[in-house]
Design a protein around this ligand. Structure first.
Ligand code: FES
Length: 567
């Protein structure tokens, strides 16, 4: 296979001319003949002024490039789609597959021998891994790293768990605007991704556990010199991978690696979003990420990592306590330590050289977990025949077994219009149901599943209720929230048939979610159901026509599985 500049020549029908032209343009950019003979590492930069979580990405790309050059290869930094949670209308999840296609196609199109994937904010690492697994080019992930924690009036604050807590207090009238604004200045005190165990940190931790990063890369703070040194080492390793031609993503992504990721997802009380992303990443390699298997694995794994929102600390504390390899050490009997990493080692090899220090309050021993059971459970039942998820570690224990009448919101707009209406007939026993907020219905399955507590109840001190939807939830959120109900309402799932007042039973210990309405009545309602109108043009049309349901990762059906030409 041709390497470096000789690879993937533009098709003019004359390969020598194509290379002559390519080299000519680079000479015009000031490259010498020596440089043009080197292996090439593509550095995917997700730097964007619209992505403040990636404010350090350009500097990291420089450090990666330095490492590539030190190892004798040639770095080429290039941009890809970059997605920030708070800057992407209507939701970044709608565009995750677009970013994955961008990454896949550029990795296939450009003359590179290996790639470094710089990502971080929630959807970016999943999109990059999806694209890299499909292109199957040697690739190594580099998370941008998390922010440092903020400090405010004697307390440490973290985005976005404390954003949500403070906003809820403000809505309930317990915090005035001045106090809210003072705290606001400290919620995101540095560049980097959210510094609690939200989706960004979860996916960074899972990328490291899957073997796609250098050790320690998931947790070093964004603004630390260690992060920059990891970037340099990542560049040097990518150069070696460019020369060796591997390992490739599908050499790394195995069923054992995915099982390890399930264990770490539970032990970190990571984001429920990871279920969707892991299914999508696995699907690109033709591997089914089985939610029932995830649930089975989880029953043996308590929450050990004491980070917000389930616990007390922040990513910087996790890192100072040894980070992901230190967690692997605690979980060693539950992990397959023979799984490979891009560094050429196994997880077990990393452990033998990793410092043994660990803070027992941040990474708890197995006999002193912060939550004694699995963090996330997978439910099924007549309301969710293909599954739903609940984060037990962030839920109110007594609400995890609950029966109450449904109060249905038909859409995000309906929710926004009515949730704070003082005439809304709602009690703390109601199950708030949001539908048409799934992959097709919204579209893009936004993080709207943690429905706000109706203002009239919040002002009376109600802080949690059972909430059920086909949407997702931010990893930084909390509450008794049932998510990813599959099939979604817009695909004709039973959620579409629920009416106000229908009794709903949540029995999380028994893994059940049921609507207590007889089948004949549900059949009558189904006969009257009509699917919602679909978008008529552009990417959104493609999305709603080809997106899979949450249990399959919300990927496009035509991107799942492997292409034999890239095996
Ligand atoms: Fe970017 Fe939280 S918004 S990681």
């Amino acid at each position: 296979m041709k390497k470096g500049l000789r690879s993937r020549l533009a098709q003019y029908g004359d390969e020598d001319f194509a290379l002559f032209l390519r080299r000519g343009f680079l000479k015009g950019a000031g490259f010498t003949d020596d440089a043009l003979e080197r292996p090439i590492v593509g550095v995917l930069s997700t730097a964007s002024d619209f992505n403040p979580c990636h404010a350090t990405a350009a500097r990291l790309a420089e450090a990666v490039a330095r490492g590539v050059r030190m190892a004798g290869a040639l770095p080429f930094v290039f941009p890809t789609v970059s997605l920030h949670e708070a800057f992407t209308f209507p939701t970044s999840m709608l565009l995750r597959n677009l970013m994955a296609m961008d990454v896949e196609e550029m990795l296939r199109a450009l003359p590179l021998d290996a790639a470094v994937l710089i990502g971080g904010c929630d959807k970016t690492i999943p999109a990059e891994l999806m694209g890299a697994v499909s292109a199957n080019v040697p690739a190594i992930a580099l998370p941008v790293g998390a922010m440092l924690a903020g400090r405010h009036e004697g307390a440490r604050l973290g985005a976005c768990t404390d954003c949500r807590r403070l906003w809820a207090a403000y809505r309930a009238g317990k915090l005035d605007e001045q106090d809210l604004n003072r705290a606001h200045d400290q919620l995101m005190p540095t560049a980097g991704t959210c510094m609690v165990m939200g989706t960004a940190s979860t996916m960074a931790c899972l990328a490291e556990t899957l073997g796609f990063t250098m050790p320690g890369a998931a947790t070093a703070p964004a603004v630390s010199s260690e992060r920059t040194r990891i970037a340099e080492a990542t560049g040097a390793r990518a150069a070696a991978m460019a020369v060796a031609g591997g390992p490739k993503p599908r050499d790394i992504l195995s069923p054992a690696a995915l099982r390890n990721a399930s264990v770490v997802l539970q032990a970190t009380s990571g984001s429920t979003n990871a279920l969707v992303h892991l299914a999508a990443i696995a699907g690109r390699a033709g591997i089914t990420y089985d939610l029932a298997e995830f649930d089975r694995v989880g029953r043996d794994v308590p929450v050990l990592v004491n980070l917000k929102p389930a616990g007390a600390h922040f990513i910087e504390d996790f890192h100072a306590s040894g980070g992901i390899p230190a967690l692997w050490r605690r979980l060693r009997d539950k992990l397959d330590l023979t799984a490979r990493t891009v560094g050429g080692e196994t997880l077990g090899d990393v452990l033998t050289r990793w410092p043994t220090y660990s803070d027992d309050d941040v990474i708890r021993p197995l006999d002193r977990p912060i939550f004694p059971r699995e963090a996330i459970a997978v439910l099924t039942g007549n309301l969710a025949p293909k599954g739903a998820a609940i984060k037990l570690a962030s839920a109110t224990a007594k609400l995890c077994t609950h029966e109450g009448p449904a109060l249905v919101f038909d859409s995000l707009e309906d929710l926004a219009n009515r949730i704070d209406d003082p005439t809304l007939r709602v009690t703390p026993d109601h199950c708030l149901v949001l539908r048409n907020a799934g992959p097709i219905g919204a579209p893009g399955m936004p993080e709207a599943g943690a429905l706000p507590i109706p203002k009239q109840l919040g002002q009376k001190g109600v802080t949690d209720m059972v909430r059920i939807s086909d949407a997702r939830m931010s990893g930084t959120a909390f509450g008794t929230v049932v998510l990813h109900v599959t099939p979604e309402a817009a695909a004709g799932g039973p959620l579409a048939l629920v009416r106000d007042g229908d009794p709903i039973r949540l029995d999380a210990p028994a893994r059940r979610l049921d609507i207590l309405v007889d089948d004949a009545e549900l059949q009558r309602r189904r006969a009257a159901w009509k699917p919602p109108a679909k978008p008529r043009r552009g990417y959104t049309k493609l999305y709603v026509e080809r997106v899979t349901q949450a249990d399959q990762g919300c990927d496009f059906d035509f991107l799942m599985g492997t292409d034999p030409s890239t095996a």
